[in-house]
Design a protein around this ligand. Structure first.
Ligand code: HEM
Length: 413
């Protein structure tokens, strides 16, 4: 790494010196687009109270993968799998030159740093029956209700185990996925896999909220870690007090510090969407496309004013605008952290792009996050005519592992 980096720097300097003016700098920048020290070396610790891959900005490359336990794989086999997976994730996310358990190494990620790799593990409802653990099934993991507009493919929905991989380098992300697949051995097999992406760090002149494949700035009004109620919204309390779903609580003690991930593969009907004028697209969402400012005025970060009327006497943010229908204020305070990836799987059978959003929403209790909001949106916000929910999953994501522990140890030991 050191040698290649030094040679690269020398080459860039030579080009700039030889070219003289701005043209030389442009050539150098194209040949050396991003310093490995900033993108490759960035490191997110695997261990902690919460698992990594929830509060950190979503990375450039994402793999969402569900596994089913093999016939005969019991609780002990599942515990051994979680141990192997956690040890592999711990090694691959290490700062400096990350390691790979030798038995699984394919050298795909050689030369690269951890590139902000995170690996996040969750349990689906079916996991508990398969492992004889129904007594420890969280109430909050009740199946999501049927939403009338859903067009779900059961083969790409749910699953016993769920893994979310994110990294700012595609080879690092692939490598992590391959290692986990190999570490699954004969205990679990892939049920479905979805691959997504976000913008590359350094692609914009300054850090900006990402755009989705409809072109909108997406993620502005997410809860922020600095908000007073953030931890309560996203995580099951760390003291193990059951968090959710009214009397009796929705989460057992083993979920302390954990969260629930709702995963939806949402196809965007891009050909229909692109027929709308930008002005109509903006009224569908309730925000300006250019800079993400709410139609009630201001800049991207100005609080939304749902009561504001425009000079034309019309309500500034239409009654069916996505941000009005989805807002916590319209849903008795229901809130979630949205942290998704765009996807593009070529052209679908109908001749339109098979592209959209791998929507991942994090909350302490789906009944106070995704479910009430989706009930409203499914009833027909402006956006619902341009999207289709094609797959779905709900997973209990336990708290993070401490040194020497594996994820899910408090459930499985
Ligand atoms: C806000 C797009 C699906 C919940 C937004 C915004 C955009 C957007 C552009 C405004 C910027 C922001 O605050 O992030 C989309 C697209 C979707 C989609 C393209 C599907 C492809 C969903 C779903 C849910 C949801 C399924 C939850 C069930 C929210 C919430 C807000 C929001 C809670 C913030 C509202 C506010 O308080 O201002 N979405 N969204 N979205 N969306 Fe979505």
């Amino acid at each position: 790494l050191g040698t290649a980096g030094a040679a690269g720097a020398a080459g860039a300097a030579g080009l700039v010196a030889g070219g003289g003016a701005g043209a030389g700098i442009a050539v150098a920048a194209r040949q050396h687009p991003a310093a490995l020290t900033s993108v490759g070396a960035a490191h997110i610790p695997f261990e902690g109270v919460h698992q990594a891959g929830i509060v950190e900005p979503a990375q450039t490359c994402g793999h969402l993968v569900a596994f089913d336990l093999a016939a005969g794989a019991d609780r002990r086999a599942a515990a051994a799998l979680m141990r192997r997976w956690s040890d592999a994730a711990r090694a691959m996310t290490r700062a400096g030159r990350p390691g790979t358990p030798a038995v699984y190494d394919d050298q795909v990620a050689d030369d690269a740093g951890p590139s902000s790799l995170t690996v996040t593990f969750g349990f689906g409802r079916s996991f508990f029956a398969r492992t004889g653990l129904t007594g420890r099934l969280p109430q909050a993991l009740a199946p999501l209700p049927h939403f009338p507009a859903d067009a779900l493919d059961p083969h790409r929905s749910n699953g016993d185990l769920w893994v979310q991989i994110g990294a700012d380098d595609a080879l690092v992300a692939f490598h992590a996925l391959r290692v986990l697949q190999k570490a699954a051995r004969d205990t679990a097999t892939v049920r479905w896999q979805m691959n997504g992406f976000n913008r590359t760090p350094g692609a914009t002149a300054r850090p900006m909220t990402v755009r989705n494949l409809m072109g909108q700035i997406d993620g502005t009004n997410n809860p922020k870690p600095s908000d007073p109620g953030f931890a309560r919204t996203v995580f099951v309390p760390e003291d193990g007090v059951a968090g959710a779903s009214g009397a009796g609580g929705g989460s057992p003690a083993w979920m302390a510090g954990g969260s629930y991930a709702v995963v939806r593969r949402i196809r965007m009907l891009l050909d229909s969407w692109d027929h709308l004028s930008v002005e109509r697209q903006e009224r569908v969402i309730g925000r300006r496309k250019s800079d993400g400012a709410p139609l009630s005025g201001g800049t991207e970060t100005t609080p939304v004013d749902l009561e504001k009327f425009g000079p034309d006497g019309l309500i500034a943010i239409p009654g069916d605008a996505h941000i009005r229908v989805a807002a916590a204020a319209s849903n008795s305070g229901a809130a979630m952290l949205r942290r998704g990836f765009s996807y593009h799987d070529g052209i679908g059978a109908d001749g339109t792009p098979d592209a959209g959003l791998l929507f991942v929403a994090w909350q302490a209790d789906p009944m106070r996050g995704f479910v009430p909001v989706q009930r409203k949106l499914d009833g027909g916000d402006g956006l619902s005519r341009f999207i289709r929910h094609e797959a779905s999953g709900l997973f209990a994501v336990p708290g993070g592992a401490a040194a020497g522990e594996y994820v899910g140890q408090r459930l499985l030991e």
